[in-house]
Design a protein around this ligand. Structure first.
Ligand SMILES: *Cc1c(COP(=O)(O)O)cnc(C)c1O
Length: 393
């Protein structure tokens, strides 16, 4: 059946699987580093790109390819490159698009290392960057320079939960001869498809919602254009940040239930966000599904749901947040997100500790902010857990 005619959940279950003749219902794990050639001429033809086929797992592997094909189809791209981690995806995009002397504009509240890699490392090779509040398109427009090659947006962003107008950012990128890349980790392809909104590149930490079971680290990049795909693939095989076949198998297994997991988690997240907003000890709640969220209307237009990520601040600030985190019993105090289990963490001292306080404030979040990734447990149990922990605050 043509995938274009299938709905999202059918694609999630069947995507990328081309039965190999053994009758295997699932994609087998091709746990091999290398692939035999039929002849010397065959090997030469594969290396010359005159024939399609597998050579060596760093360059491509059937299990990894099945995942790439499936996510590329979900995102509406021509192809994908699976990487060892989400940062492998981010660094491959940067290395492929930013030459010496190039400049990029990014969302100030991106995942910490997505900013750190440019500011601390690529700067050593003459790459320049400006990180701005991309919720206001004028900030992007003003930051663009003649040498800007990449606009890099994370939406919704981590942990400030800011939403950027992807179509608007794409227009600015294209008017200025550069590309727009979007980190779609928080939404997943189930809720948001940046390529359809005009982005050139979309990437994920598949560690989060795509795998969804907190047992794999991985990444993926999807693009619209064959030439860009070839460029990214070439950089990835030189950096050596490929995914491995067993990792790909686990991610394919997780991907099948993305729709049911996201639907259930976001239903719980909506209930919990509304409950938190009404709680007397809570100062503010950021959940893009709440009408009080500053980009709620934009999120409604560019996403098909509001997801499972909540950030909130207690009236007692950081000390109160610490007491809460030390007293939850059902939610686990851990970084990462997007899994079946609910996780709670403190961005200022954990995931975003490498940023200065000024940078965190400029990125739209204070030291008191607590991040809560809603899993698929019963919402009533999660609320009861928060209630008993808040009682101790
Ligand atoms: C976790 C995360 C990353 C990095 O992914 P890893 O798999 O940990 O390397 C990048 N972007 C966002 C939004 C993330 O949440």
């Amino acid at each position: 059946m043509k995938s274009a005619t299938l709905g999202m959940n059918s694609k999630l279950v069947h995507g990328g699987h081309h039965p190999d003749g053994s009758g295997a219902v699932n994609v087998p794990i091709y746990q091999t580093s290398t692939f035999a050639f039929e002849s010397a001429a065959h090997g030469a033809a594969l290396f010359a790109g005159e024939e399609k086929g597998y050579i060596y797992t760093r360059m491509g592997n059937p299990t990894i390819h099945a995942l790439e094909e499936s996510v590329a189809d979900l995102e509406g791209g021509v192809g994908a490159i699976a990487t060892a981690s989400g940062m492998g995806a981010v660094s491959t995009v940067y290395m492929a698009l930013l030459d010496q002397g190039a400049h990029m504009v990014g969302t100030a509240s991106v995942y910490g290392p997505s900013r750190g890699f440019v500011e601390k490392h690529l700067s050593r090779f003459g790459v320049e960057s400006t990180f701005v509040d991309t919720t206001c398109l004028d900030n992007i427009r003003e930051a663009v320079r003649p040498n800007t090659k990449l606009i890099y947006v994370e939406s919704p962003s981590n942990p400030a939960m800011q939403v950027t107008d992807i179509a608007g950012a794409a227009q600015i990128a294209h008017e200025n001869g550069c590309m727009l890349a979007v980190d779609n980790t928080f939404a997943s392809p189930y809720l948001q498809r940046p390529l359809a909104l005009g982005a050139d590149i979309v990437l994920h930490s598949v560690t989060k919602f795509i795998n969804g079971h907190a047992d794999v680290v991985g990444g993926i990049v999807v693009v619209k254009d064959e030439e860009v795909l070839a460029r990214l693939h070439n950089v990835m095989i030189h950096l050596g940040g490929n995914m491995d076949p067993h990792q790909a198998f686990l991610v394919i297994r997780g991907l099948k239930t993305l729709g049911v997991r996201v639907e259930r988690a976001q239903e719980g997240a909506g209930k919990i966000a509304r409950w938190l907003e009404a709680h007397p000890k809570v100062e503010s709640v950021r959940y893009i599904g709440l009408p009080s969220h500053p980009q709620h209307e934009l999120a409604k237009r560019q996403m098909s749901g509001f997801g499972a990520m909540i950030a909130f601040e207690l009236k007692g600030g950081l000390d109160a947040g610490r007491t809460l985190m030390d007293n939850v019993r059902l939610a686990t105090l851990a970084v990462s997100l997007g899994g079946v289990e609910t996780l709670i963490e403190h961005p200022a001292s954990m995931t975003h500790a490498s940023m200065s306080r000024e940078a965190r404030e400029a990125a739209g979040f204070s030291d008191g902010l607590v991040r809560y990734s809603v899993g698929i447990e019963d919402a009533a149990d999660l609320i009861a857990d928060l209630e008993q922990a808040l009682a101790k605050v």
